[in-house]
Design a protein around this ligand. Structure first.
Ligand code: NDP
Length: 247
């Protein structure tokens, strides 16, 4: 089984890579800039044909080339985990029009259009292989609102809808699409908040009084991509320590 994890070099993506590798899969740890982190991730895995591939998923050509590189090297992609993402602050009353547009575009390109392009590139290969799994990493912010990161919230709400639409479009082809929506997770992305003055209050949002670990998210991703969970297709699964309960 070949698993492509975008942003597999660090944080949640790295934990997902490690969990799938422990199940015996061949992993592609994709990264954008930090090659060293991707290589360190691969070095920690059990032996195998694992590889690290660079691409900016916000660039449609690079996204397609990423999929083609994996197909050329490993012959198949059984599971795509759309995990790479950015979280850039842009408070509406404090952001210039130029900066506002720049961050909206960069965020939507990375967090929503990137995954859409990767799915478009990977699906024909999954259809030829008789099926596949796609797991998208969304966020609690899609439901709760992101007052200081509105493009992020919108990108993740779009990703939720993308997953639901494609679960319906691809189910007849044996391709199952699920979405995972974490709250705060202990990664580089969340470190400025968890380690800053608001850290205690953030942890207290959950009755567990802590953020999730990357490995908790990874276990859920592996579960949703495992045989026997097909009817979960279209689901958006919260993993936020009951910090925000949707009705
Ligand atoms: P990190 O910031 O720790 O890692 C982000 C990863 O995405 C890195 O591997 C990075 O590669 C890659 N990446 C970023 N932008 C691009 C791009 N344009 N093209 C390709 N790769 C890119 O993030 P987390 O592990 O915290 O987050 C992973 C996912 O989980 C994200 O989608 C995030 O929105 C979501 N999430 C995270 C939460 C949290 O609290 N941490 C909460 C809810 C959701 P490189 O290092 O090479 O730049």
């Amino acid at each position: 089984m070949v698993v492509l994890v975008t942003g597999g070099s660090r944080g949640i993506g790295r934990a997902v890579v490690e969990r799938f590798a422990a199940e015996g899969a061949t992993l592609v740890a994709h990264f954008r800039a930090d090659r060293r982190a991707a290589q360190d991730t691969l070095a920690a895995l059990p032996a195998g044909d694992h590889m690290a591939v660079q691409a900016d998923v916000a660039d449609s050509e690079q996204a397609r080339a990423l999929v083609q590189t994996v197909i050329d090297s490993l012959g198949r992609i059984d599971v795509l985990v759309n995990n790479a993402g950015i979280y850039e602050e842009h408070r509406i009353l404090e952001t210039s029009a130029e900066e506002w547009q720049r961050i909206w575009r960069r965020t939507i390109d990375t967090n929503l259009i990137g995954p859409a392009n990767l799915i478009h590139a990977v699906v024909p290969h999954m259809v030829s292989a008789g099926g596949g799994r796609i797991v998208n990493i969304s966020s609690r912010g899609a439901f709760r609102g992101e007052p200081n990161y509105p493009a992020y919230g919108a990108s993740k709400a779009g990703l939720n809808s993308l997953g639901q639409s494609l679960a319906r479009a691809l189910g007849p082809h044996g391709i199952y699409v699920t979405t995972v929506a974490p709250g705060f997770v202990e990664t580089d992305m969340a470190a400025p908040y968890l380690d800053g003055p608001a850290g205690e209050a953030i942890r207290a949002q959950s009755p567990l009084n802590r953020a999730a670990t990357p490995d908790e998210v990874a276990r859920l991703v592996v579960f949703l991509a495992s045989p026997g969970t097909e009817s979960a297709t279209g689901a958006i699964v919260d993993i936020n320590g009951a910090s925000y309960l949707r009705t």
